[in-house]
Design a protein around this ligand. Structure first.
Ligand code: MRU
Length: 335
C-alpha cells in the first residue's frame, strides 16, 4: 500500500472518523465521533495519539462542537476547548491547535468556517511532514541504521510523520536505510505502530526491547538516533516519549548524533527550558500489565510518567519544516 494510504483521522459526512490505534496492528477498526466528548475520550485513551495528530483531532472536535445554532457557536467552542485542554497535558500541538480554532471563533467564524480551519490544520501538517522529511533526509548517511522510539509516523501526524518522514524521504531518494525500533514500554507504540508502518512501506526495520538500545549501540549497530517531540522549550530541551532521554545519553556515550524531528507547532517559546514542561503521568495498570495481560502483582506500586525531557546539550539538531535548527536554540528556534 502507498505511504499516503494511512489515514488515522478523517472528517466524513459530519463525523470525525478515528482509526483506533489501541487495536493496531491486529485490528484495523475506526471509531466514529459525533460529539466532542467522544473525541476527548479517544485522545485520553490513545485511540488517537502523537502530538501533531492530537492537535488535528482537537481541531476537528471543535468543529463538531461548533455545529448547531450559529448564535451560540462561541459558547460551545469555549466549553469544548476546556474539555479538550484537559485531555493530555504534554503535547504542545494540542494547545496550539485549540488556540488557533478558538481565536477564529472569537473573530466570528461560523461552524462551516471552523471546519475549514480544522481541515487547513490537517492539510498544513501533511505539508509540514513532507518538508521535515526533505530537510532531514541528508542527515542520514548512505547505508545507515537509525534508532527510533515510540511512533512519530503517519499514525502520529497528518502526513508521513516527523522522524519517520526523514527515514521515508531518505529511503525514497534511493538511500539504503534501515531502522531499529524500540518497542516503547508501556504501551508499545514502537512495536505495534512503528513496525506496522515501516513493514507496510517495505523499509527494513528490526524490533528491539527498550533495554537493548545500549547493547545495539555498543555493537556498532546504530549510526544515529532520531526522535519525535511532544514539546520543545525555547532552549531546545525536548519532551518526548519516556525512554527518549535514556537514548540521548546512550547516544552521547557512543559518539552518535541524536536528532529531534518536529513541526514548529511543537515548539513552546513561552517556556525558557524543559523544567516547566508539564509531564503527563498515566495510570498504574499500564505498567502492571503487558499488552493487556497482568504482568506484576495487582497492587504493585507504580510510577508511570508518559514522557521525559532530553536536555538541549544532548540534541545535535532539531529538524523542522523550516530547516535543521542547531544550538543555540534560543536564537535558531525563534528566528
Ligand atoms: O503517548 P503518545 O503515543 O501520544 O506519544 C507520542 C510521542 O511521544 C511521539 O514521539 C511524539 O508525539 C511525536 S509524534 C510526531
Amino acid at each position: 500500500m502507498p505511504q499516503s494510504a494511512i489515514r488515522p483521522i478523517e472528517w466524513v459526512d459530519g463525523e470525525v472518523v478515528i482509526l483506533d490505534q489501541t487495536l493496531l496492528p491486529h485490528g484495523e477498526e475506526s471509531v466514529r465521533c459525533t460529539r466532542v466528548a467522544e473525541v476527548a475520550e479517544a485522545i485520553c485513551s490513545l485511540r488517537v495519539r502523537g502530538a501533531p495528530l492530537i492537535g488535528i483531532a482537537a481541531a476537528y472536535g471543535l468543529a463538531l462542537a461548533a455545529r448547531g445554532d450559529e448564535a451560540s457557536v462561541m459558547g460551545r467552542v469555549t466549553r469544548a476547548a476546556d474539555l479538550l485542554r484537559a485531555t493530555r497535558p504534554t503535547a504542545r500541538n494540542l494547545f496550539w491547535a485549540i488556540d488557533r480554532m478558538v481565536s477564529r471563533a472569537e473573530a466570528g467564524a461560523t461552524a462551516d468556517e471552523l471546519l475549514r480551519e480544522a481541515r487547513a490544520i490537517h492539510e498544513e501538517d501533511a505539508e509540514t511532514c513532507r518538508a521535515i522529511g526533505d530537510h532531514g533526509a541528508p542527515l542520514i548517511p548512505q547505508g545507515a541504521t537509525v534508532l527510533v522510539i515510540c511512533n512519530a509516523g503517519s499514525l502520529a501526524t497528518g502526513g508521513i510523520g516527523t522522524s519517520l518522514a526523514i527515514i521515508r524521504a531518505a529511503h525514497r531518494s534511493g538511500k539504503s536505510v534501515s531502522v531499529l525500533a524500540c518497542e516503547t514500554r508501556p504501551l508499545l507504540q514502537g512495536a505495534r505502530l512503528t513496525m506496522w508502518e515501516l513493514m507496510r512501506d517495505g523499509i527494513p526495520a528490526t524490533l528491539i526491547t527498550d533495554g537493548m538500545a545500549g547493547t545495539c549501540m555498543a555493537r556498532g549497530m546504530v549510526d544515529l538516533v532520531i526522535a519525535g517531540a511532544d514539546r520543545i522549550a525555547r532552549n531546545g530541551d525536548t519532551a518526548n516519549k519516556i525512554g527518549t532521554y535514556s537514548l540521548a545519553v546512550l547516544a552521547r556515550h557512543h559518539g552518535l548524533p541524536f536528532y529531534i524531528a518536529a513541526p514548529m507547532s511543537t515548539v513552546d517559546l513561552s517556556l525558557a527550558d524543559g523544567s516547566a514542561i508539564p509531564i503527563e503521568e498515566r495510570g498504574p495498570e499500564e505498567v502492571r500489565s503487558f499488552s493487556g495481560s497482568p504482568s506484576a502483582p495487582a497492587d504493585a506500586p507504580v510510577f508511570n510518567p508518559a514522557f521525559d525531557v532530553t536536555p538541549t546539550e544532548l540534541v545535535a539538531g532539531i529538524v523542522t519544516e523550516r530547516g535543521v535548527m542547531t544550538a543555540p536554540y534560543e536564537k535558531s528556534l525563534p528566528a
